[in-house]
Design a protein around this ligand. Structure first.
Ligand SMILES: Cc1cc2nc3c(=O)[nH]c(=O)nc-3n(C[C@H](O)[C@H](O)[C@H](O)COP(=O)(O)OP(=O)(O)OC[C@H]3O[C@@H](n4cnc5c(N)ncnc54)[C@H](O)[C@@H]3O)c2cc1C
Length: 454
């Protein structure tokens, strides 16, 4: 029997435990996590011997201490403009205050020497605007994959004596017995007075079943589909030198769709990502200059929102990603010039280009995978970016597909992030309220304070 049971050791779960234990060490808190402790998380995908997902259980990329963000670029965006809509629940000032508080914790645990970028360069914003591109404002703490790991390691060291960690413990079911929450994992049963669910994107299907079982309402209508763009770092240096990560939004002329840049990695690498067994693409970069590559990568994503009667937005995204896996055995890479000329890329065409790919992907034809509407949107935005950063639309620019940003269904929670059941909170990405490290972490702190106040 615990005072608080937390399901999921991602940022949401970690920061809620941290905040509670710091202010009330007498609380008995347990964290249940499907994956491994941080040091045991190792994905076999090396892009060489093992190129595609071999369906490890648990998946070390998505599961384990640190959650989906453990090997991420560690970009903590302090903003209400993207990364979730936590501010709609708790208010914009509170959301920013909590994100700044999380930043202080990260700095106190190994991140203090990393850079905080302030994205408010008016000259660049004006240049973007003149080309129909909208630069979003944000402060970005870039921990980098290496420092992010150190911060997580230090947080674990601080928590491990006061919080009961149960690794490789997948919670199968959550039920309510009188006023307690009962968590089942295989043959084992745990009870708690309060329960915080923070199972992230990888726990989205599981979350659906929990909501169905407990009569919690949900809705789902969005998925973002696109490609990861990789080009010479000099092409984008005007943006990345002063902003590090620029979030730029474009409204396509043809369809009036929103296309945006996402997860920009100066001097970074393109990587595989595994979501529910489907290999998609992502990117990251390192804080250590010795690990810099000559390329910059970022995603271009088209937002797709569906209306009645369609509810399966994530399945739509998965089907498109599956197509690329079917044709390419994983991620497909194509030169922008090949795409425009209507021809597939081949190993020779890629090797003859001037941009050296940082991910071993299968050269192919993305127009066979990505629907015309999204492809047209992406091409339009590449030409718009070319006017801000000339040579973005060069023949050699590489496009990797498919990058999909799945959104969890929105779980019905109130302004305390509490469900209809008293003491049952749903936070982080599995709630649909957040989709970033900083928002997920802030939601954890917020709920911890609510519980402490009670
Ligand atoms: C490759 C990659 C790079 C990223 N880069 C960035 C970035 O730079 N900046 C940014 O803001 N965001 C980034 N993100 C997104 C970010 O990682 C997530 O938004 C964030 O981790 C969400 O935190 P969370 O705690 O809600 O969930 P998660 O981090 O997903 O953690 C959930 C945890 O719950 C566990 N779990 C799930 N179901 C169960 C169950 N039934 N029982 C027990 N445990 C369970 C999972 O194993 C997982 O460890 C990245 C994501 C990926 C995959």
């Amino acid at each position: 029997m615990y005072d608080v049971a937390i399901i999921g050791a991602g940022p949401g779960g970690i920061y809620s435990a941290y905040e509670m234990i710091k202010h009330d060490p007498s609380l008995s808190i347990a964290i249940f996590e499907t994956g491994n402790p941080l040091e045991k998380r190792k994905s076999p995908i090396d892009g060489d011997k093992i190129k595609t997902c071999i369906h490890c259980d648990p998946c070390s990329i998505m599961n384990g201490f640190g959650g989906a963000g453990a090997f991420s670029d560690g970009k903590y965006n302090i903003t209400n403009e993207f990364g979730g809509n936590l501010y709609e629940y708790i208010g914009p000032e509170k959301a920013i205050e909590l994100m700044e508080y999380v930043d202080q914790i990260n700095c106190a645990h190994g991140g203090s020497k990393t850079k905080l970028y302030v994205n408010n360069d008016r000259k660049i914003a004006k240049k973007c605007l003149q080309n129909n591109l909208h630069l979003l404002k944000a402060n970005v703490r870039h921990l980098g994959t290496d420092v992010n790991y150190i911060v997580l390691k230090n947080l674990f060291e601080e928590l491990k004596n006061d919080v009961h960690f149960f690794f490789r413990t997948h919670i199968d079911q959550v039920t309510i017995d009188k006023e307690d929450y009962v968590l089942r994992s295989g043959q084992e049963t745990f009870r708690a007075k309060r329960c915080i669910i923070s199972t992230g994107r990888s726990g989205s299907k599981w979350m659906e079943s929990v909501c169905a079982g407990l009569g919690i309402r949900t809705r789902s209508n969005r998925v973002d589909i696109g490609v990861r763009v990789e080009l010479n770092a000099d092409t984008f240096s005007e943006l990345t030198d002063s902003l590090y990560e620029s979030k730029i939004v474009y409204q396509s002329k043809k369809y009036q769709d929103r296309v945006r840049t996402f997860c920009m990695n100066p001097h970074g690498v393109v990587v595989n990502e595994n979501t529910n067994g489907i290999v998609t693409v992502n990117g990251h970069s390192y804080d250590d200059p010795e690990k810099y590559t000559e390329n910059t990568n970022f995603a271009l994503l088209v937002s797709n929102r569906f209306t009645e009667p369609f509810h399966q937005s994530n399945q739509y995204g998965e089907s498109i990603a599956r197509l690329s896996n079917m044709l390419g055995g994983g991620v497909i890479v194509q030169r922008f010039g090949d795409l425009i000329r209507g021809q597939r890329s081949t190993i020779n065409r890629i090797n003859n280009g001037f941009v050296r790919p940082t991910l071993k992907a299968t050269p192919g034809d993305l127009s066979l995978v990505i629907p015309k509407r999204q492809m047209d949107d992406i091409i339009e935005m590449i030409y718009a970016l070319d006017r801000v950063c000339p040579s973005t639309a060069s023949d050699d620019t590489l496009l990797y597909g498919v990058e999909v940003k799945f959104y969890n269904m929105q779980v019905e929670v109130d302004n305390n992030l509490e469900t209809v059941h008293k003491g049952l909170y749903v936070i982080g990405d599995c709630s649909g309220v957040t989709h970033s490290l900083s928002h997920a972490s802030a939601s954890g702190v917020y709920v911890a304070r609510k519980i402490l106040a009670e």
